[in-house]
Design a protein around this ligand. Sequence first.
Ligand SMILES: *Cc1c(COP(=O)(O)O)cnc(C)c1O
Length: 463
Amino acid sequence: MSVKVFLNEDEIPRQWYNLAPDLPSPLQPPLSPADGSVVPPEGWAKIFPMNLVEQEYSKERWIDIPDEVLQMLYRWRPSPLKRAVYLEKALDTPAKIYYKDEGVSPPGSHKPNTAVTQAWYNKQFGTKVLTTETGAGQWGSALSFACSLLGLECKVFMVRISFEQKPFRKIMMQTWGANCVASPSTETNSGRSFMEKYPDTPGSLGMAISEAIEAAVADESGQTKYSIGSCLNHVLLHQTIIGLEAKKQLEKIGIKKPDIVIGCAGGGSNFAGLAFPFVYDKINGADIEIIPVEPASCPTMTRGMFAYDFGDTACTTPLAPMHTLGHSFVPPPIHAGGLRYHGMAPLVSQSIVEGLLTPRNVHQLECYASAIQFARTEGIITAPETSHAIAAVIQEARKAKEEGKEKVILFNMSGHGLMDLNGYLQYFEGKLQDYAHPQEEIDRAEAELADYPKPSMDKTGKW
Ligand SMILES: *Cc1c(COP(=O)(O)O)cnc(C)c1O
């Protein structure tokens, strides 16, 4: 029995999979907050290079991965598919648990898959500087790494609480040559205004996005662009290499399809990267349960609204149709920094509306307990974000045992947690707690969005 399945470099997928043309109820367009009109591709030109905007709007099912991008991905891809035999044993479950190990990339998560790709397209376009935000520091370090490979300058606005809790990510960014500051910062108008309004704020991804966009747009030469680590269609597209590899790997060991696919979801990119190629199979008749998992303290998919909302707190982005807790939501300081975001990728959200996905939320303490069980069986210490996927995997493996079913569970091990050990320490010291998301917050978000356009809730009703 193999516990690791590898692909040769020449077996790497050569195209990304785009779910947009296959969605049974179509993806709804971004809208301008000024007048509710549809934002055309040119509407993004100040923020993103047009070659990436083209991907953002693409309705092609398959998009070629440029050779030079593959050359960069070869540094760590294809990533191994592993079987969690020791966890299976500990749980005494008949389920077979497989996972993609995305922790093998140099920065330690799935994020470099899109970071090197975006940096490459930017370089082609003539960009010299990339700005971005980062939560836990994973995205900031991934983009710093990518910029160092391509000789681009990189400026990172890091959510203040993570900046303080995770000093090592900062040092990684510095090692790769980037400039990282705590957000809100005094470097932008939006940053200064957040600090005035909320002097003790731990910061949020929404605030940091506002600052990073402002810093990009402020360069009138057009040589500074903004780069985003999740949520948007082109980012999810770049991550589909994970699921496409997984399919080939499962095939190699004679598994036709997984019964359950699981990923944690902050903005939705690692989940979508693994899951969308299987969503395609589900649309075409396969029986697969597909579960994005989020924190109970930031329950975007399970308790948020499907609404048109801003991607950032300062309301500078176009309105996107997504599950959201409202753009002014400030999440409690849980350790899974990458999951503390008010919105969800429109492609994931529309798939939820259609009934193709069954989102779930879990509390922080259960996540840490699950991650520790994983570490003590499989050996890998996972990121606190990833622990949400593991908690759901363990729930499903237990259910398979109760039902006496030999299910195949596939999940995304989105990253290792070696830079997140402070969270583990606080868990061991009994300092962590669970946070419920209060109903008043949901009501407040509904009021906040009452006057914006509403997306269609139409679905085919097939799932
Ligand atoms: C950023 C991050 C996530 C959450 O982001 P998504 O876009 O939802 O994937 C999950 N896991 C790890 C390890 C991360 O770094």
